[in-house]
Ligand binder design. Sequence first.
Ligand SMILES: Nc1ncnc2c1ncn2[C@@H]1O[C@H](COP(=O)(O)OS(=O)(=O)O)[C@@H](OP(=O)(O)O)[C@H]1O
Ligand SMILES: [Mg+2]
Length: 392
Amino acid sequence: MDKNRNWVSIESEGDEKYAKELEVAVKAVHVACLLCQKVQQNLIFNGDEDSVQSKDDSSPVTIADWSVQATVSWILSQAFGTENVSIVAEEDIESLSKSDASSILSSVVKTVNEALSSAARFGIKPPVTHLQTTQVLQAISRCNSRGGPTGRFWVLDPVDGTLGFVRGDQYAIALALVENGEVVLGVLGCPNYPMNKEWLNYQNGYRRILSSLTKPDPAGWDSNGCVLYAKKGSKKAWMQPLVNGDKGIGSASQIKVSTIDNPVLATFCEPVEKANSSHLFTQGLAHSVGLRNQPLRVYSMVKYAAIARGDAEIFMKFARAGYKEKIWDHAAGVVIIEEAGGIVTDAGGRPLDFSKGMYLYGLDRGIIACAGPSLHQKIMTAVDASWNSSCL
Ligand SMILES: Nc1ncnc2c1ncn2[C@@H]1O[C@H](COP(=O)(O)OS(=O)(=O)O)[C@@H](OP(=O)(O)O)[C@H]1O
Ligand SMILES: [Mg+2]
């Protein structure tokens, strides 16, 4: 089989189902990636810290979060008709509509219009005239679906790993389509995750340090991320380079999970922040399973991308008791790993349930994604053995 192919030819694989949805979603994520790269550069190089706000739960939100949500919402609505598009997404307009947020709101409007004007290179027709503030706010607030067991809805995390984003590090744009409770499409934009996996090891601030030393070269590190995507049941997952300039979308190559099943050789990834997943617990699991490599701590769903690409073998997340995992933090990544040949379940071995609304209700303890069944079983067994002493 031809491993490298232009992404457009995916439509002619014989299975036309979701072909248009996939095409539009991939293009929308490419546009969103370039938008985010620009905002992140501005934040890191020009110190534009006004573009970062704090949400009620103290987590950061930036003009990139709102701008991506508006841009993707607008693109999906144009392609399928506003009445046919239902979106569950992370951001709302409450804080953006406050009187003291007027300058951030105008930055969002400007950023969205810039992104849409340059979308033509991906084959997306830009708006006839620039979007007005009310139209941008409408596009953001249209993403008010609450999900559920029936019908079709999109799931969007406009900037996953916002902490990584504001620190000049890894982040992702995640878009998935859910139909009757099942994720049928997943697209993951990883603007700082180049085709070369070695870059992942320079995590936690490497880019920030690099940024303070050199200005970005448009053809350099800031423009060589990737976009991954998969369609449920196709048994294929794909990766495209993220290309800057006027080059449009590059050719896609098929990705597969790693074949390593020996724990001694395997690498596991986990969230950077201890508050998001217990490092102590996973350290104990790693020890009992016989994992020797240092954990790869990476912000965002780039961890899902790392497993799908075969750059690591295991992803574990064990949040504190009572934390409700959100569907937008996982939907796109799950289908991409599964179609690349991997397994994603909760710690009881059950698939994640995207049919219960905005949260992964019923999740048993934590999330385990693995390249293959042998590692997966070993981790689940280790969780059972140590759960009672985990303090989680
Ligand atoms: N307390 C707690 N426990 C577990 N998970 C939480 C918690 N708080 C937030 N979140 C969600 O985690 C998302 C970031 O996950 P990451 O794996 O990227 O974590 S980390 O930043 O690398 O530590 C993050 O996504 P973003 O908000 O899009 O960045 C949150 O949805
Ligand atoms: Mg997120």
